[in-house]
Unconditional design. Structure first.
Length: 317
């Protein structure tokens, strides 16, 4: 299975966590599609405790199965799958029954023309009503950072070049925000991207959303995305606003009270200058993180080159 995996142009990675009620049907559909279209499948069981691990093990003769001994997170499962394959393209596919393989051939076809293909679900499709306020806030932040309207910020059905995912691997979180962060990385880095309408059914099984906890995580994610992708825009506008208010206020004081320095104006000016420098500092930290992630990808490229070289030598012998 591993030799076949390494030779495939496209690998579909499916993370699984406590989806015993849906994963068997999803895998049957996915394996049938893989025989028709010609892609390989990696299933990463992320420490399931409901019997999902036994279900996916029943498909070992058709897919590559990797088990995490404990739950690491959605993003961590996808990272495991990315590291396990040497295919040119990787496609992510959720295990909850939300997506259907009827869109798989089109998505793989678009990967021949674009570096990233992102699924675009119908408005509200596949997403519980309780998540909509958080998704709206996060969507506004992402549109602000990407300088464009994004049709779907975190659809789990998407594909892209593995080598580019390797470059951003250290920047990507281990949780569900993997999807949104990788999307913004692709858009901000000006890779060739396209959004493709996909079918999205209601997920099978119970959602694990917790209103207050996940709402707080959504706001925290929005702040993290700002600091990673454009801290100068996040800090710069408020800083310029504070400086402008301070200048206008002090001019007003000069015109009405003579040469009098107003404390409120000075406070506003200082706050603006400090905020601007926070933006500069954040921009340098973000640039350093991206550079370090790129350097790590070079390590992996060298490791994989040596791995291929060793395999070739062994085959020649």
């Amino acid at each position: 299975m591993e030799d076949m995996q390494n030779k495939s142009e496209t690998t579909v990675i499916m993370p699984v966590f406590n989806e015993a009620g849906a994963v068997a049907d999803v895998l049957r559909e996915l394996t049938a599609s893989s025989r028709d279209i010609g892609f390989q499948v990696i299933v990463v069981d992320d420490g399931s405790t409901d019997g999902s691990a036994a279900v996916v093990d029943g498909f070992k003769d058709q897919v590559q199965v990797i088990h995490h001994t404990s739950n690491h997170g959605y993003g961590a499962a996808l990272k495991t799958g990315i590291l396990a394959t040497r295919a040119q393209n990787v496609v992510f596919f959720d295990s909850d029954g939300q997506h259907k393989t009827e869109n798989m051939a089109e998505l793989i076809g678009l990967l021949a023309e674009h570096e990233f293909v992102f699924g675009e679900r119908p408005k509200g499709g596949g997403s519980p009503l309780i998540r909509q306020p958080g998704k709206w806030v996060l969507g506004k932040v992402c549109n602000f950072l990407a300088l464009r309207k994004i049709p779907d910020i975190n659809c789990g059905f998407r594909g892209g070049r593995r080598r580019i995912y390797m470059r951003m691997l250290d920047l990507l979180p281990d949780g569900f925000s993997f999807s949104t962060t990788s999307l913004l990385f692709a858009l901000r880095s000006r890779y060739s991207t396209v959004f493709m309408p996909v079918r999205a059914d209601a997920r099978q099984g119970k959602s694990s959303v917790r209103i207050f906890y996940d709402g707080f995580k959504t706001l925290l994610l929005a702040l993290r995305l700002m600091m990673l992708f454009d801290p100068m825009r996040a800090f710069g506008y408020p800083a310029m606003g504070l400086i402008l208010v301070g200048v206008i206020y002090q001019i007003f004081i000069f015109s009405t009270a003579g040469l009098h320095i107003e404390g409120g104006a000075i406070l506003s000016l200082l706050a603006g200058v400090i905020l601007f420098h926070f933006g500069l500092l954040g921009d340098q930290v973000a640039s350093l993180r991206k550079e370090m992630s790129s350097q790590t990808s070079l390590f992996w490229e060298e490791h994989e080159f040596l791995e291929r070289r060793q395999s070739q030598l062994e085959n020649q012998q």
